[in-house]
Design a binder for this molecule. Structure first.
Ligand code: PGA
Length: 231
């Protein structure tokens, strides 16, 4: 795949979910054993629900897909409701009938397993309000490896919305920028006016570790944004 950026602007979040589901469904139809890096967060949830609908209707088969975990909070006890792996399982893996999961706990084991799989076919990503991808918090350069990180106050604040009444863990493990930028294709989903300024920095500003998402332009990148995020 030749690097290059395509930006599609759609009217609203439901249209974003439709377009994103269609994008991934086409790739799974072409390559049933697709290896997909799977973001959690609110933005891709509509997309995953649309894909689950297709699986239920019998028009899409995801049983050959490998789901690769993008990030996880560090030090959570087994069964903790804040686990991002649990979120990935309930929003993507289980409803889509995906059989194979590459979890992210130990960076070395994760990196080895991904290498054995031949790397990522597709990375599905959201955009952090501070420009992070996964938990590659600013500053993260393009070679940043899979590692444990401290979350920035901004990420702690924005993630608090997911876990009402629970604190947000302060450390996480993230797939590295090197893993993410190695994907053969990347889909970046961006919704809402609160992402407009950072999306513009990521697409129109200089490539900089201060906006880790700016390095996605080095990949074969499809950006799907709604009009609030990309007027
Ligand atoms: P969101 O999270 O999809 O919930 O906005 C994106 C992110 O912080 O990476």
């Amino acid at each position: 795949m030749t690097p290059g950026v395509t930006v599609h602007v759609v009217p609203d979040a439901p249209a974003l979910a439709d377009a994103a589901a269609e994008w991934l469904a086409q790739r799974i139809a072409r390559t049933p054993a697709l290896t997909v890096l799977v973001a959690t967060g609110q933005t891709p949830m509509g997309m995953y629900a649309q894909l689950a609908e297709r699986v239920r209707a019998g028009t899409l088969d995801c049983s050959g897909v490998t789901a690769v975990q993008l990030d996880e909070y560090a030090g959570l006890p087994e069964g903790d409701p804040r686990s991002l792996r649990a979120w990935m399982l309930r929003s993507f893996v289980t409803p889509l009938g995906v059989q194979t999961v590459v979890p992210l706990l130990d960076p070395a084991a994760f990196t080895g397993r991904l290498a054995a799989l031949g790397g990522l076919d597709v990375a599905v990503l959201g955009l952090g309000p501070n420009g992070h991808v996964g938990f590659n918090e600013p500053p993260s350069g393009p070679d940043a490896p899979t590692r444990e990180v401290a979350l920035t106050p901004e990420s702690l604040r924005s993630n608090a919305a997911y876990w009402s009444g629970l604190t947000v863990p302060t450390r996480a493990v993230t797939a590295g920028m090197d893993v993410i930028l190695g994907a053969r294709e990347t889909l970046l989903l961006v919704s809402g006016a609160h992402k407009c300024a950072i999306l513009s920095e990521a697409l129109d500003g200089p490539e900089t570790p201060l906006v880790p998402a700016s390095f996605l332009r080095r990949t074969a990148l499809t950006v799907l944004a709604d009009r609030d995020a990309r007027p």
